[in-house]
Design a protein around this ligand. Sequence first.
Ligand code: DAH
Length: 344
Amino acid sequence: MNDKIEVLRQEFVAAVKEVKTAADLMSLENRFLGRKRGRLTELMKELKGVPKQQVAQFGQTANKLKLEIVEKISLLKNELANPQGGGFDLDYTLPGKAFPIGHLHLASQAIREIADIFETIGFQRARYPEVEWDYYAFEALNMPADHPARDEWETFFIDRQPINKKMGQRVLTPHTSSGQVREMEKGKLPIRMMNISKTYRRQIDASHVPMFHQFEGLVIDKDINITHLKGTVEYFVKKFFGPERTIRLRPHHFKFTEPSFEVDISCGVCDGQGCKLCKQGWLELAGAGMVHPNVLKAGGIDPKKYSGFAFGWGVERCYMMKSGLAIDDIRLLYKNDLRVINQF
Ligand code: DAH
């Protein structure tokens, strides 16, 4: 039996030499591995007549040959399919291909850094739907239907008409503030919430992209006042932009905070002296304020007992201000052009 197996191996080796085309290969495969009358199949059948003690040993040897044949045929197939591939004549001395090492997109880098800074002082990250109800994006934030303040948010509407009496239409959330009342509705106080997510607005030009990121802080507790807001923002600014930077709060108007502020940061280029970039020494950074009593009420919180502050800023904008990155077109960040992305 062992002889027969050896003869078959020789026969296969000889037959391989004759293979020139894909058709040859097919008939070779058929001849040796064919299910009905393949040479190997026939050989396996003969195993039946072998004395019991020897079956295992012959079986093993025959199986080994079968594996060799299968492997060789698949190599030949490969070689015929890629004639330039060098077949199985590998040059082991060729240096390997270096794998390119990737890195996080700069928006992700900024998000991690921002999250770390706020987590250190007890903020907890929370997430809310990106496809949001009009109610949470506007109505509950003290912006009733038809209020002109809504226009600022250039919203993408999913529904043409309200589909729910209380909730209204669905929208792509235009700011992270939509998480505020959702957080309050969880019914747990005090709140120290940090929401960093995607936001969407119908704007695209050199300084706007329709999808960008914001981070939003919300703190609600007893006796929270403006000094807490100012201290928190200042802490963040010094950690993120550097200890030499300072902030100022400038009165502003948002429907969901009272009083409302815009936060300015001292210019990093001229150190607050006034230059071409900042003009007066300050750069506009973000919106913030003390949570409006109507917003607290919408979240089921009694404004006589609790107060809070909130702020919401653009992630990309913050990052660009920190790095001094002078991109004259913000759309470049999301074009997936590796020549741009690889630089950060
Ligand atoms: N949501 C505002 C925006 O998208 C920013 C903002 C302003 C958030 C004041 C706040 C806030 O939490 O208190 O422009």
